[in-house]
Write a protein that binds this ligand. Structure first.
Ligand code: SAH
Ligand code: DHB
Ligand code: MG
Length: 232
């Protein structure tokens, strides 16, 4: 049994067991079809980093979208469109995902993958700095989103939270990936800018009078977490 100690103190977790549990749940509940497997192959071939959500987290996103009856979804951080595909498949036929990506190469890979998955009609990829795009959406009084999934540059997470609150309505869900960062978010003053960003996000989210929130620990190779908030 391999037991690894984490930086945040004396705690240790049985990484091998958690990994087996993650694969067990995936085999039972979150099997990928050919389009999702192909999505990741295309992303790898194009040189994109393998920082997409895991199949289990994709399934969780899809269930949250369905349980909340989401018809309009905003995603911040597209990469190759892997999480986008899970979200788009959870929509009713007239639903829409708008996904924001700063890198036009990633956006091209995503558009190809979304077409392969047959969801391109339900997804719009907008290229540009996500915060600028969101401010434009607010100024244009675009319809509110039922679900926002934050998964782009971690130092801007607190800003994305503020902007997401302007683009949602009471009852909407605001989700944010990677808010634990293998425990680095728990440090008093993280040396890493990404961990500092998600730590500030977590504190702002937890203290926000218009949000009811929880953080769900998520394991895939490292311990991380998904923040889930309901807008009051
Ligand atoms: N949601 C994806 C993974 C996203 S990875 C999935 O799970 O499949 C983070 C993405 O955010 C990268 O593609 C990166 O280019 C993009 N990104 C980083 N900074 C950004 C910014 N300022 N605006 C928009 N996208 C950004
Ligand atoms: C990173 C970003 C992600 O969105 C993710 O899911 C995992 C890692 C990163 O930038 O390191
Ligand atoms: Mg992520």
């Amino acid at each position: 049994m391999r037991v690894i100690a984490y930086v945040v103190g004396m705690e240790s977790i049985d990484e091998k067991l958690i990994d087996r549990v993650d694969r067990y749940v995936e085999a039972l509940c979150a099997r990928q079809d050919a389009a999702l497997v192909e999505n990741l192959k295309n992303a790898e071939r194009a040189g994109l980093p393998a920082i997409n959500v895991s199949p289990n987290e994709g399934k969780l996103l899809s269930l949250l979208a369905k349980l909340s009856g989401a018809r309009r979804i905003l995603e911040i951080g597209t990469l190759g469109g892997y999480s986008t595909t899970w979200l788009a498949r959870a929509l009713p036929p007239d639903g829409k995902v708008i996904t924001l990506e700063v890198d036009s190469k990633n956006a091209d890979v995503a558009r190809m993958n979304l077409k392969l998955a047959g969801v391109e009609e339900r997804v719009e990829v907008r290229v540009g700095n996500a915060a600028d795009t969101m401010r434009k959406m607010t100024a244009a009084h675009e319809d509110p989103f039922d679900l926002v999934f934050i998964d782009a540059d971690k130092p801007r997470y607190p800003e994305y939270l503020k902007l997401a609150l302007e683009l949602t309505r009471p009852g909407s869900l605001i989700l944010a990936d990677n808010v634990i960062r293998n425990g680095r978010a728990l440090e008093a003053s993280p040396s890493d800018a990404n961990a500092r960003g998600v730590k500030a996000f977590n504190e702002a989210m937890a203290a926000h009078p218009r949000l009811e929130s929880i953080i769900l620990p998520i394991y895939r190779d490292k311990l991380d977490g998904l923040a889930i908030s309901r807008v009051k």
